[in-house]
Design a protein around this ligand. Sequence first.
Ligand SMILES: [Mg+2]
Length: 304
Amino acid sequence: MNARTALCIDDDPVVHDLIDFHLEGVVDRILHAEHPASGLSLASHEAPDVILLDVEMPYMDGFQVCRELKQMSVTRDIPVIFLTSDNATHHVARGLDLGGADYVIKPFVAIELQARVRAALRTRRMIELLRVHARVDALTGLKNRGALEEALARQAAGVARKGGGYAVVMLDVDHFKRVNDTYGHGIGDEVLRQLGAVLGASCRPADMATRYGGEEFALVLADTSQEAAIGVCERLLAAIRAIRVPVPGGEFGFTISAGLAMAGGEYPADDVLQRADEALYHAKELGRDRLVIWTLAPADDTGG
Ligand SMILES: [Mg+2]
């Protein structure tokens, strides 16, 4: 969704009418709040792309609203444009120091207001792109470890709120060093890309496949039972055995080892990654090319 939303917080209804009029075509949707508290609530629930914030309001001035916006993670990076009256330009420096992106002096000059809103939207878009790139592994296009940690926190919060369970799978390419030593790092990268493509394709929208680091990957399988998660993993192992990597004079295949751990119910969420990693270690010890499931009893080999 690329619809751009602006939120206007101002105690003067006339300002809202002017904003509606002047910003038509600049943004797709305009939200309105005439009270600071309702403005803060709208900002945190709707996460607009830009906030037009009146400095002078009763009960809570715009500076205080801005301070609160900058304290909430969901609103922290939304550009704030202060609306200030022409006899109060001394407010400008304070507003910018508090993290405001810009200011507009009332009464508005339409083209100036529009240009400043467009500039703020460009800033917002840039922040979004940076955030996306910071969470993506360049080689495989999968999410990276930072994104995994966020996904695990989200899953843990979801299970705490509404029950159910999810699975975390740690996967590692068997004898990856041998691939690099035999065929070179270019082919090693190709192995990781192909593996990443299979992992990415195996995910439902709520799942997440990530490159954990090096030749190690992690899957988060949302809202699943252990039986269903085992099914996903067994299909993955089979799909990966079928991959053929072309090399000069032929092709070769590779295998992975996997460790699965559940979170939710009797299994705590906080050490689920570590348990999946322990299970992966067992899979390696037991001869690789297999899935091991972490259980409360000693780790159990399902074969494979
Ligand atoms: Mg006012």
